[in-house]
Design a protein around this ligand. Structure first.
Ligand code: IVH
Length: 332
């Protein structure tokens, strides 16, 4: 069946732009249908080989006509090929998201709410850890007895996918936590990203090989983590910044900035632009400063994050539905 289909179709090299457009649309629909039957219905309607054949042709057409690659293309989807299924992992502590601020007034409101909630006076100082908001994929790394045991994607926040073998290939992720007296259970969380330079070079190589062209570094990082062959992940320019945690059997520090220092002592990379701020004015200045540097950074960011530095205050502030009251993302 697959062979017959192949015979009728013109070579990708001979396709006109119009033919390519039409075929990409048709293949995207067909692949979407197969994905749904495979992932949602657990009832695949084609063999893995036939599916891979369709994808290969789809990718080859996109590689010849990169101007047709869009962010909703099947080539950009996490969870691409049937052979690329990963085991599910339930997060011991859910991975939540952040509320957004777009204007300075939203930041003032955020700080005002915290002040009222904690019943602080106007003169009481609140320190914030101000951090770039990395546009990558959040990851939870579980260490038991200091050894990396599981790396899981965020997924829906409650359950992610087990990408441990692939994460082990990242130089920024220690297999074993450095230092003495490491708590027995440590879940270190942060962002996997692809460097912008590395992304451009990778797409050049992919194009030359007639392979998937990625739309942006984030999609490219996602595709790189979803490899069944870890040596492919190892060849990709991926980095990891640690900035949060999940389950901890003991807390080594009592502030966010202290935790960042602890991640570094354990052997992680943390974002060098992270700064401790002591006032709303400093938060706003941080946002402005980072926005000015944004284009020069070798990784994508889509804003900055402010976090109440004291962890006892974070605990008192808690969460409103699925976002913390003690942090906010100030977008660009
Ligand atoms: S803290 C409870 N810090 O933004 C929330 N998140 O919308 C803990 N992100 O899913 C997240 N940089 O993928 C935090 N410095 C940073 C971040 C960051 C990027 C992402 C993360 C999260 C999303 C929240």
């Amino acid at each position: 069946m697959a062979v017959k289909t192949k015979k009728r179709l013109p070579d990708v090299a001979d396709l006109t732009k119009v033919q390519a457009r039409v075929e990409l649309t048709r293949l995207a629909l067909e692949l979407g249908g197969h994905d749904k039957r495979y992932y949602q219905d657990d009832a695949p309607s084609v063999s893995d080989a036939e599916y891979d054949e369709l994808r290969k042709r789809f990718n080859a057409i996109e590689a010849r006509f990169p101007e047709f690659v869009s962010s909703d293309s099947p080539s950009q989807k996490v969870g691409a090929s049937p052979s690329g299924r990963f085991k599910k992992v339930r997060h011991a502590v859910p991975m939540l998201s952040l509320d957004n601020a777009f204007a300075e007034a939203d930041v003032l409101d955020f700080v005002g709410r915290i002040r009222r909630f904690l019943k602080l006076g106007d003169d009481d100082k609140i320190d914030f850890s101000a951090e770039p908001k990395i546009d990558g994929l959040s990851m939870s790394l579980r260490y038991e007895g200091g050894e990396l045991v599981t790396a899981a994607t965020r997924g829906d926040g409650a359950e992610g996918e087990d990408v441990t073998a692939n994460i082990r290939t990242l130089k920024d992720v220690p297999q074993k936590l450095k230092g003495r007296n490491v708590p027995d259970v440590c879940e270190v969380r942060g962002e996997v990203y692809m460097t912008k330079k590395g992304f451009l070079a990778l797409n050049e190589r992919q194009k030359a090989a007639g392979d998937t062209i990625f739309v942006n570094p984030r999609n490219s990082a996602a595709g790189s983590l979803r490899q069944k062959d870890s040596s492919i992940t190892a060849s990709r320019p991926l980095g990891f910044f640690a900035y949060a945690w999940g389950e901890m059997s003991a807390m080594p520090e009592d502030t966010q900035s202290g935790m960042i220092g602890w991640f570094e002592r354990c052997g992680f990379s943390t974002n060098p632009l992270t700064k401790l701020c002591h006032s709303v004015e400093q938060l706003i200045a941080f946002h402005r400063g980072i926005e000015e540097q944004r284009a020069e950074l070798d990784y994508d960011i889509d804003g900055v994050v402010y976090k109440v530095n004291r962890l006892d205050w974070q605990e008192r502030l808690g969460f409103v539905s699925r976002t913390p009251r003690w942090a906010i993302a100030h977008k660009f």
